[in-house]
Design a binder for this molecule. Structure first.
Ligand code: ADP
Ligand code: MG
Ligand code: MG
Length: 922
């Protein structure tokens, strides 16, 4: 392809065009252009890479090598050296880099341009044979390994042999002659395994290297990586090649190399962070051959360099307005910057730096909010590993479900149940991969660890659904279920050994590691207040009790969007009363039970109103099928069997006693029978039996084939009107009592499972009747709203007529998703959804990520039709999706007024709501 520019010098490349120049290349250009000391060089574009890969003959695009020569001339001019010039050789590095940083692509080749002649030139120039041979052996190995797939181990073996021969343990102990011998051996290895002789011509070397970098884009490692992380061509397409003049941090004690973060990536502290090595090359820092020193030391060892580095840090941040992660090299007292990119930090550091950069005037509030991924905040809200607990990960997998957990390892679900449920121990379920039949093991475990599978594997999907930490696909671990052990390299983990997993980082540790509770820092509070100012969507919480509400308030909820009353019924003190109500045979019995429940519910609501005042509290009337409050049929049958047995035994004793009359004296017989009755109160047994039998009848009568689609929600409210009446009265009386104390309260009564406006009409009549009564009793007007959940498909279709009856809609997207897909959530997540995700039939789990195309479409219609009838209709969402950033963005666009989510997700939702506003304003 001719016509388009394929090569750009660092002086002219557009630093903003990462698609064309790759992230590394674009930043090398940008840094050069705003005056940092970058060694001269140029970038070959990603387009050239794609052209090359499209060409089956595997020839570089037309004219590319001509352009490369042209640019090499410029680099020669800038450095005063010559590429291939034996007297003053120019050496370069050849580095890959696409728009997104991704492992799996080609490693960097250093010292390219060395051959037998230039090597001598280099040695004469520097007067340092050791240095020359060291550079040469690095080049031969990297070039062989990276460009021509010569196995690293072959080089390493030769290296070790020479070291042994020379009786040295450290690389630095090798003499120039040793290194010379290593070079010779390396050339032999190269000749035997590279499939071609070592190229002496530097331009041949360069061309081979460029082709290898380009080729690595289409290599298996890179392709797999892109698939796993959903990197699409519009995110990164092709790799650029960066050719950069070599600078040497290993030219003596006035040379060094290191990496730096402009601020601390763990804490966000505004202080240069990093490490360096004196007299070393960059790769030595990464390879961990020598232990680098903390960057603080540089001011003692090289004060002038430390000053310049501080200046470099300043310049980088002022320019990029973002924390930078950079590489530097000092060659004989001159500081070079070799790479920079935006620093990856944990959530705490992101929040702190956002707030501080605004204070410093480096960025504005909008930028501060937008630079943080809302989902990332979740990290701060789960218990996490104590950052001071120093531990090294023994294995790494994918961070599949956030949070950290410690426990004893078990290798199958049954053992997990034995250890976890029966013995009450904390366990981690470790498997190669999980299957639906492992589900009971999930319930019994603190966390899940698998050695195979990705972020959409069964383990990952189910663990996320349950809110348990999960590390998936830790490939370094091999699990041997038979032997009940796992191997990580030479390390053996046996059943019962304690491990810690961190589902937020994917790390696996041996032993128990201390955890810290989530901290809600002052910085996070400030940042989220800025978010609230920007957001259009109000964020409220799902909370069922006073303490829940208090927690929601702490996380910044501006009200309660879903308070489920059934949770209050499950309390130990109340359940008997609730059961009494359900099994009552007559209206009087039922009313007596409800009269007992009324003050309890009123107290519940009052507690929540008091905590949340002056924010609105949405209370959902009873929703689940009532048989859920009763014991199971199985349980009852077992109880009845025991009771019958008991009764029969007592009766038997009585018979026995009375027959004694014939033998002995009748008085004694009477006494025996009486004492028997003293031990077992036979009347009590009979009564209990009767009660249980009635209950069994009731349970059988209430049994449904498909309870989730059965007698629940408003249907229940209509068939047992006393229940809803009691709840409505409890809500309104609680509100009246608060109002009497001058507390501002805004209750919202919400009806579940509505499919027709006739249902709403019925409930509304009850509400109106009770309102009049309560207002008369308390002598003042009540201020509250009446609304419906929208969680039935028909409710969406009839949104116009429903809207006439209510003041608000709240989408219950959990049920609405089930109804739209005709999936039952439990079965879907446990049986076929992971597979659907894996083979791409569904992109996401619709119970986690709102299905915009289907469920979202229904929501759009319902909002539109509802508002056509009632323009000021308030609309919200109270499904789990209300805390998911992408779903929140959708809710914003759909014109909702609020989102409701679990308390710990409120901060995530607040930031996501701000993002939605900011991004839609643009
Ligand atoms: P990576 O993407 O793996 O960091 P790099 O291309 O940045 O790969 O290079 C690997 C190592 O080589 C780094 O330590 C880098 O600083 C060093 N390096 C790359 N180019 C040069 C150069 N021209 N002079 C000196 N060191 C270099
Ligand atoms: Mg690098
Ligand atoms: Mg529901």
């Amino acid at each position: 392809m001719s016509g388009k520019r394929q090569v750009f010098s660092f002086e002219e490349g557009d630093g903003k065009n990462k698609q064309l120049l790759g992230g590394k290349g674009a930043n090398l250009c940008e840094m050069t252009q705003f005056g940092l000391n970058v060694p001269p060089g140029f970038v070959i574009s990603t387009e050239a890479c794609l052209d090359y890969l499209a060409n089956e003959t595997r020839q570089l695009p037309d004219g590319l090598m001509d352009d490369v020569r042209e640019h090499m001339k410029r680099v020669e001019a800038a450095t005063g050296k010559g590429f291939g010039d034996a007297n003053n050789p120019l050496l370069v590095s050849v580095r890959s880099g696409s728009a997104m940083s991704m492992p799996g692509m080609m490693d960097t080749i250093l010292n390219l341009g060395l051959n037998s002649e230039t090597l001598q030139g280099e040695i004469e120039q520097t007067g340092d044979a050791r240095f020359g041979y060291d550079a040469y052996r690095r080049f031969i190995q990297l070039f062989g390994k990276v460009a021509l797939n010569v196995p690293d181990e072959l080089f390493d073996a030769e290296f070790e042999q020479v070291k042994q021969k020379a009786h040295v343990t450290e690389d630095v102990g090798l003499s120039g002659d040793d290194l010379k011998e290593i070079c010779e051996r390396f050339l032999t290895v190269f000749g035997n395994h590279a499939g071609r002789p070592f190229p002496e011509d530097p331009y041949d070397q360069l061309e081979i290297a460029i082709k290898a970098v380009f080729g690595s884009w289409g290599g298996k490692r890179a392709v797999d990586y892109r698939r796993e992380f959903n990197i699409t061509p519009d995110m990164a397409n092709g790799t650029a090649v960066n050719v950069c003049t070599m600078v040497f941090g290993n030219r003596g004690d006035d040379s060094a190399t290191g990496v730096g973060f402009t601020r601390n990536p763990g804490t966000g502290e505004n202080k240069l962070y990093g490490e360096y090595l004196v007299n070393a090359q960059g790769e030595d820092v990464v390879a961990g051959i020598r232990t680098p020193k903390p960057i603080d030391h540089l001011s003692e060892e090289m004060p002038e360099m430390a000053r310049q580095l501080a200046e470099l840090r300043e310049k980088l941040e002022t320019h990029y307005k973002e924390i930078q992660d950079f590489e530097f090299t000092i060659e004989r007292g001159i500081l070079y910057c070799l790479q920079t990119r935006n620093g990856k930090m944990n959530a705490i550091a992101m929040v702190r730096t956002s707030v501080e950069m605004v204070e410093e005037g480096l960025i504005d509030k909008e930028q501060a909010l937008l630079r943080i991924d809302p989902a990332h905040l979740e990290q701060m809200l789960y218990p996490r590993l104590d950052p001071d607990a120093k531990a090294d990960a023994v294995a790494q997998g994918l961070p599949a479900s956030p949070g950290a957990a410690s426990g004893r390892v078990v290798f199958d679900a049954d053992r997990a149940e034995i250890f976890g449920k029966e013995q009450g121990q904390k366990v981690i379920l470790m498997r190669e991969e999980t299957k639906p039949e492992d589900i009971h093991g999930f319930f019994a475990s603190e966390g899940i660890l698998t050695s195979r599978g990705g972020k959409t594997s069964h383990a990952a999907v189910v663990a996320r659904g349950m809110g348990k930490p999960c590390v998936a696909g830790a490939e370094g671990i091999s699990v041997d279920v038979q032997r009940r052990e796992a191997h990580i390299g030479g390390l053996v983990i046996r059943e019962g050994d304690v491990v810690t997993i961190d589902g937020s980082s994917g790390n696996v540790y041996l032993g128990e590691i201390s955890m810290v509770e989530p901290d809600f820092t002052e910085e996070l509070n400030r940042l989220l207040r800025w978010a609230d100012d920007e957001a259009y969507l109000r964020v409220v919480a799902n909370a069922d009790t006073g303490p829940d509400a208090t927690r929601a308030l702490k996380y910044g909820a501006k009200g309660i969007g879903l308070c489920r009353t059934e949770r209050m019924f499950n309390d130990v003190d109340r359940l008997p009363v609730v059961i009494e109500m359900i099994v009552s045979e007559t209206d009087e019995q039922r009313e007596a039970a409800l009269d007992k429940l009324l003050p309890m519910q009123r107290a519940d609501f009052k507690a929540i109103f008091e905590v949340m005042s002056p924010f609105p509290v949405t209370i959902r009337l009873l929703d689940p099928p009532i048989h859920e409050f009763l014991p199971s049929e199985q349980q009852l049958l077992a109880d009845l069997e025991k009771l019958h047995h008991l009764r029969n035994s007592v009766r038997g004793m009585e018979v026995l006693a009375s027959s004694m009359i014939l033998l002995h004296d009748p008085d004694q017989a009477k006494q025996e029978a009486a004492s028997m009755r003293q031990i077992v109160d036979i009347d009590m047994v009979e009564k209990t039996l009767k009660k249980k039998e009635t209950m069994l009848k009731k349970v059988r009568a209430l049994t449904e084939t498909n309870p989730m689609l059965g007698h629940r929600g408003v249907r229940l409210g209509i068939t047992f009107p006393e229940i809803y009446s009691m709840q409505i009265r409890a809500i309104l009386e609680a509100a009246a009592e608060c109002a009497a104390k001058d507390l501002e309260v805004h209750p919202q009564i919400m009806v579940p499972q509505v499919c027709t406006s006739e249902e709403l009409k019925k409930v509304k009549e009850t509400v109106d009747r009770i309102r009049t009564e309560v207002e008369a009793e308390f002598g003042h007007k009540l201020d509250f709203r009446f609304g419906t959940m929208i969680e039935v498909v028909r409710a969406c279709m009839r949104a116009d007529t429903l809207a006439e009856k209510v003041e608000f809609f709240s989408f219950g997207t959990n049920d609405l998703t089930q109804a739209t897909f005709s999936f039952s959530r439990e079965d879907a997540e446990n049986k076929f959804l992971p597979m659907y995700n894996q083979i791409g039939i569904l992109q996401d789990n619709p119970f986690e990520v709102l299905d915009e195309k289907g469920v979202g479409k229904l929501m759009d219609l319902a909002v539109k039709w509802g508002r056509e009838k009632k323009p000021d209709l308030s609309v919200g969402i109270c499904g789990e999706h209300g805390g998911h950033p992408a779903s929140i963005a959708f809710c914003h666009k759909a014109g909702l007024n609020y989102v409701s989510c679990s308390a710990p997700r409120v901060p995530v939702a607040r930031l996501a709501a701000a993002h939605a506003s900011l991004l839609n304003r643009k």
